[in-house]
Design a protein around this ligand. Sequence first.
Ligand code: SF4
Length: 674
Amino acid sequence: MAYCASRFHTVRRPTREVIVGSVGVGGDNPIRVQSMTTSDTQDVAATVRQSVALAEVGCEIVRVTAPNVQAARCLKEIRSGLTAAGFGGVPLVADIHFLPQAAMEAVEHVEKVRVNPGNYADKKRFAVRDYSDADYERELQRLHEAFSPLVRRSKELGRSMRIGTNHGSLSDRIMNRYGDSPLGMVESALEFLRIAESHGYREIILSMKSSNPKVMIEAYRLLVERMGAEDMHYPLHLGVTEAGDGEDGRIKGAIGIGSLLFDGLGDTIRVSLTEDSVYEIPVARALADKAMSLWRGAPAGAPGSDSIDPFHFERRSTAALRLGSSDAGPEQPPRVIVRAAGPGQVAAALRELASPRLKDNPAEGLLVPIGTAADLDLLRGALAEPAAAIGFLALELAPGVAIAAVEPFLASAGPGAGIVRRFGGADGAALSEWAGLARRTGGVLFVDAPPSAIRDLRETLRSLGDGSLAVTCSDFPAEDAGHSVGAYRRIVEELKAAASRAPVWIRNTADTAVRGDNSFLSRLIEASVLTGSLLCDGVGDIVSFETEPDPARAARVTYNLLQGAGSRISKAEFVACPSCGRTLFDLQTTTQRIRAQTAHLKGVKIAIMGCIVNGPGEMADADFGYVGGAPGKINLYVGKQCVQYNVPQADADARLIALIKEHKKWAEPEPAHA
Ligand code: SF4
């Protein structure tokens, strides 16, 4: 089952070209960046203003919600307003949920219509029932009748369409037959696609969004695989819904979108943030540019796929590794290492890492570059300071540092100290010697090598066995892989061939990065894509974000990367929708206010949704939900269950906290949080 040409190089998936107004999507076109307005669509002036602002910062396609026929009618004026402002070439997309009548009106005015197959002409009742084949067929027939007029009109007018499935709003029909699963999401889109094709209409783009990057990645992969089997080549719109705001929102978006882009999938992208829409564009632009810079064919003879099942998550089985006071391996969450710039900076780094603010984000290991034997003396001095508590030390040795110089240091450092050393394919003898040192001193050898070297060292690795070895890759040659995700995937394959279960340390370094400026955003995106892609494949036991020079910030971001990939929970999780013209309260301030009161509730997941469209579905795995029910009124959820309707907004925060307390998930904030 293949969903992409290569998991090691970025080979763009060939698709048909779909024309949205005057903007081509898919085919040979660049990845298109898009976003959505958040104003009330019937406030035409505000919506035109937001559309212009988006176009001015490089948004190539603008989506506007059309929650009813009146709003859909306003799209005509919005289209004229945007054209009059000089952006006639920027297509508009009407976002439709529930109402075919709104879609029929919108298609007259804008270049593209997005329908949600989970709720187009379907009312969601969360009914659990068995659908016999005859029942199911009847439902499909009803759908055919409801959807066909839009397809026919789109064809007549030369409009394009997005069939946009959301994990959070699958129909009862799909939920009952396929469950709340990537397969259900794919089937939901294919039902609509087949209806469109029955009318000879193919101007379609597809999406499979979820707030959970793992679910979203699997759903897109499965969709492509299923479309390939049916000889369908429609372009993809990529997005992670309800990603939230700030660093966490950017991380989640980059994990889900970036992982697929690196595999050559994706023709237009939207990064959803609970912020003003214009802030989405630089993130999307950076992701698209990085991916497009990787587009090229895989070298002749390069493998296409690996042995991981890309459609089902399973964590790679590794040996356990003793790392000072914390272990790494199959039973442990991925461990966090931060890097000091050199032995002279260790004392300051340790003081910073000892801050109570990092109580929930402790650096578990410290990586220290050692250039000469004299650096070991410097390090010894720094470690003698009282604040020098760290789980384990990893010494990154320059090639000239000899075993004889390191052995006394390791012997006195206690068990679990590690050596990181670069090895080439011809360094089998050196690898054995350094592994011997690690064993003698009760430490760990981190083998830093590119995939081709791991291949050449296969027999040595096999003979050394597991127990005191881990593998990492701080740099790799272009012949080995087209990108760092591919390099680590190849390493995992080479380890498998060597029967090695050595844990893998994902290092985000300047040399594993694709390209771009040295801005924090660029480094954050790089780290999110590399770390998140691998963790969502089940690979990764230790992680470091080494392109961040501030050790405390590096630790905090690394925990956020782990949380974004769902691999390690260190704080409360917020699922917040980006808001749109349906939003019933100010999402940005509400999200910030609720976060300020609940961020310390480690492991508690709170969904904040502007309306009911994606609310209950996206909250499937949230513990509590805060959802716009009516203007000024909030519905509060526990899990999927609405337990309080129409709570006045002024009381809703307190009632939410009371609910959290009632369900024994509350803890008083500690002074550092307060
Ligand atoms: S959940 Fe949020 S973004 Fe989605 S339709 Fe409702 S208000 Fe708009």
